[in-house]
Design a protein around this ligand. Structure first.
Ligand SMILES: *[C@@H]1O[C@H](CO)[C@@H](O)[C@H](O)[C@H]1NC(C)=O
Ligand SMILES: *[C@@H]1O[C@H](CO)[C@@H](O)[C@H](O)[C@H]1NC(C)=O
Ligand SMILES: *[C@@H]1O[C@H](CO)[C@@H](O)[C@H](O)[C@H]1NC(C)=O
Ligand SMILES: *[C@@H]1O[C@H](CO)[C@@H](O)[C@H](O)[C@H]1NC(C)=O
Length: 322
């Protein structure tokens, strides 16, 4: 959802917004249902088998750390588990998820998005907990027609409440090569990075009565699916199915993350191995924050904090302190 064009009369810009919100809701619901249906049996077997809770994973292969949760052969693990490809055709998209759940971590993934005319396609990469009051940290990439920019959509849900969208146009072509998308999540803040550059910060503002995700373990998810009804230019540009299958690639997954243990109901972050980890304690320093603000000024195309139309009574309390 790009920022509302203030030159437009209200009645005109109202429809795409509503459509976006409705379809977002349907998407979250649809993906949740699909994922929970297709993998509920697989999931039951996964967590019980975890080894010691304080395992740090790094340079992991896709075989070791993920399972294909949706789309069957449309998701393929290649190159001895170092490359994963998701694809989307007229019949289905595809997706994968981590075997383990984490409570806090620094998680890197390199992604190469659907090239060419990717209108209507959405590639998601996110962390999410389960249940009615779930937490979620989202990267989503909304495709576009050839020559037009992808939209990088980000969001943070805490205890079931989202509506914290910020969107960016990337400063490179994300389909030409792999780029690194990082989520850093610790008790102080959530940081989104692109190629090591911070693009978004969500601070822990619990003392200002803003719920912060810090009690529910989250799994890593990714999917490629079709959202031609709303994704590209508010649904005006549809998916060109003669170009199917659409494919996105993933590689070089690396995570320093605290595995959640169901046995002990605790996160490995509590163990001595993690006490000295810098990523678990630090937020942005003032230099990095300045760099982020500069980048946002140039590349952010939508900020919920500035959306008076959607939030006539003012956006979330956190906006005052960002
Ligand atoms: C992954 O491997 C690279 C080189 O192959 C190394 O520099 C890096 O430290 C490794 N990362 C982790 C988390 O082990
Ligand atoms: C696609 O490109 C158009 C034209 O540059 C832009 O307005 C739109 O925000 C882009 N992204 C999406 C998801 O439609
Ligand atoms: C869809 O893709 C085909 C194959 O490249 C192309 O010939 C056709 O013009 C495209 N249709 C649209 C509506 O862009
Ligand atoms: C893979 O990731 C590691 C650590 O995140 C990084 O040092 C290395 O350069 C990456 N490899 C490639 C080929 O990008």
């Amino acid at each position: 959802m790009p920022p509302r064009n203030s030159n437009q009369p209200r009645s005109k810009s109202f429809i795409p917004y509503l459509a976006f919100i409705i379809f977002s809701a349907i998407f979250v619901f649809k993906v949740d249902v699909i994922i929970s249906q297709t993998i509920s049996s697989a999931r039951r077997n996964v967590e019980i088998a975890t080894s010691a809770p304080n395992v740090v994973i790094g340079n992991g292969t896709f075989h070791r750390h993920f399972i294909v949760s949706w789309g069957e052969s449309r998701a393929r693990i290649l190159e001895d588990g170092e490359l994963l490809e998701l694809s989307l055709d007229k019949f289905s998209g595809s997706g994968f998820e981590s075997k383990k759940e984490f409570l806090f971590g620094k998680i890197d993934m390199q992604i190469k998005l659907v090239p060419g005319d990717s209108a209507g396609t959405v590639t998601t990469y996110y962390l999410s907990s389960e249940g009615d009051h779930h937490d979620e940290i989202d990267f989503e990439f909304l495709g576009n027609s050839s020559g037009n920019p992808y939209t990088l959509h980000t969001n943070v849900f805490s205890q079931g409440k989202g509506e914290r969208e910020q969107q960016f146009f990337l400063w490179f072509d994300p389909t030409e090569d792999f780029h690194t998308y990082t989520i850093l999540w610790n008790p102080r803040c959530i940081l989104f990075y692109v190629d090591g550059i911070p693009i978004r910060e969500f601070k822990n503002l619990e003392r200002r009565r803003v719920p912060f995700p810090k009690d529910q373990p989250m799994r890593i998810y990714s999917s490629l699916w079709d959202a031609e009804e709303w994704a590209t230019q508010h649904g005006l540009v549809k998916t060109n199915w003669t170009l199917a299958p659409f494919t996105a690639g993933y590689r070089n997954f690396s995570a320093e993350a605290c595995v959640w243990s169901y046995k002990t109901k605790s996160s490995a972050c509590n163990s001595n191995d993690f006490k000295s980890k810098r990523w678990l304690k630090t937020g942005l320093d003032s230099r990095s924050r300045a760099e982020m603000k500069r980048l946002q000024k140039k590349h952010m195309v939508y900020d919920y904090c500035k959306d008076k139309w959607r939030f006539p009574k003012g956006p979330g309390r956190e906006c005052k302190f960002q």
